[in-house]
Design a protein around this ligand. Structure first.
Ligand code: TXA
Ligand code: MG
Length: 378
């Protein structure tokens, strides 16, 4: 893809859209938002990717049914060609009409779809015979990943175009996922024609990916819907859900192909402190091992890191920036990528991050932090 096209940033306001859960089309007040959505639809119809907000992170979407469109996504992001994409749909009706034809959605997913769609849950379905889904999107898997976003901008774009959109996160490959239009602009400026700016994302981490086609069912990626919620609302068969292992070898054919790649990496090294007890002395010891001593250091705190930890860093390092990720799981999820980007922009020598326990939102947060970290201190 050409790298010198002009990237337009257009504002859209999710509040002028009404899109009830079971509806197939939105109601949108005549507005700048509607005009800008229509511009987006035109570009998608021309098989070109655009960026737009979802409730999780910003996505870079293009028709899942067109190989040139999907190749445009991989090129803009510089994404490895063997990492398959999630297809985004606006309604179950559209999923059946455009992708499934005569096949039906396996029963195991019914309670989850009923509870979590539209929303941050991605499911795997078998690729139907004679499918029209581009092979660039599924990259040889016998399944495809699909979700219905709840963000009214994303969902309206898909409904108005009636095009199922393959959409990875709209970051340059390996960088933290974008949760604001400015993050997308920073990474993809000059590489895509349009970014719809709908403000900051609510959830802040990507969707949960589950595979109900295996026995037991698998959690392939923790995300916006927690494991506890899946167990609570999924019914009997989801009680036994297993976690996919967190990493895979370079040559392994894996069920979550994304697992083997570098992810969420700021330029500065990230040190993740898993266990919050006695963090003051452990942080001290860690920093004193560096030669030379890092000068510009960011400390991202959440629940346990207090003033003593900050002072321990300040004893060694000249220029210390402290940011609070928040205290609730929802806040920490929402702020995580934006704060990693913010401190990285400031050119830190080191980013020290406080870990949280891996329950509820903590599982997705720690999954992202472990991938971002160059050092994990237990
Ligand atoms: O929240 C989200 O899911 C965001 C927004 C834009 O919707 N999208 C997103 O896409 O995170 P991406 O491409 O960054 O992550 C897709 C993940 C990857 O880990 C990929 O390996 C996995 O889904 N995946 C896609 N198709 C798969 C399949 N058939 N089998 C197993 N894993 C699959
Ligand atoms: Mg991604």
């Amino acid at each position: 893809m050409s790298t010198n096209i002009t990237t337009e940033l257009l504002r859209v306001d999710p509040n002028v859209i009404r899109f009830p859960k079971d509806a197939t089309m939105p109601e949108i007040e005549p507005s700048e938002t509607l005009t800008n959505l229509e511009k987006g639809v035109k570009i998608l119809q021309a098989e070109t990717p655009i960026a737009f907000p979802t409730e999780t992170v910003y996505g870079l979407g293009a028709s899942a049914l067109s190989t040139p469109a999907v190749k445009g996504i991989y090129a803009a992001k510089n994404r490895p060609a063997d990492n398959p994409l999630i297809i985004h749909i606006s309604s179950v009706d559209q999923l059946e009409r455009k992708l499934l034809f005569n096949t039906s959605i396996p029963d195991i997913y019914r309670p989850l779809i009923e509870k979590f769609w539209p929303g941050p849950l991605t499911i795997l379905l078998p690729v139907p015979e004679n499918t029209n889904i581009s092979s660039s999107c599924t990259v040889g898997q016998s399944t495809f990943a699909v979700r219905m976003p709840s963000n009214p901008i994303a969902r309206s774009l898909i409904a108005l175009s009636d095009i199922p959109l393959a959409a990875p996160s709209a970051n340059a490959s390996t960088k933290p996922s974008p949760t604001r239009a400015s993050h997308v602009y920073h990474d993809l400026q000059g590489r895509i024609p349009l970014i719809l700016d709908g403000g900051p994302c609510d959830v802040g981490v990507e969707s949960t990916v589950v595979d109900g086609l295996t026995d037991p069912p698998m959690l392939l990626r923790p995300g916006g819907v927690s494991l506890e919620e899946i167990r609570k609302y999924g019914g009997e068969r989801w009680q036994n859900i297993q976690l996919a292992k967190a990493s895979a070898d370079k040559n392994e054919k894996v069920r979550t192909p994304g697992m083997k790649y570098k992810h969420y990496s700021p330029r500065a090294p990230v040190a993740l402190f898993i266990n919050p007890t006695d963090s003051e002395s452990r942080v001290k010891e860690f920093i004193s091992q560096f030669e030379p001593t890092p000068q510009r250091v960011a400390v991202l705190t959440s629940r346990a890191f207090g003033e003593p930890v900050v002072q321990a860093v300040q004893e060694h390092c000249q220029d210390v920036t402290v940011l609070s990720l928040g205290t609730s799981g929802a806040e920490i999820s929402r702020n995580l990528f934006a704060m990693l980007r913010e401190v990285d922009e400031q050119g830190m020598d080191l980013i020290v991050v406080e870990g949280i326990d891996e329950t509820e939102e903590g599982l997705a947060v720690m999954n992202r932090l472990k991938k971002a970290a160059s050092t994990i201190i237990n």
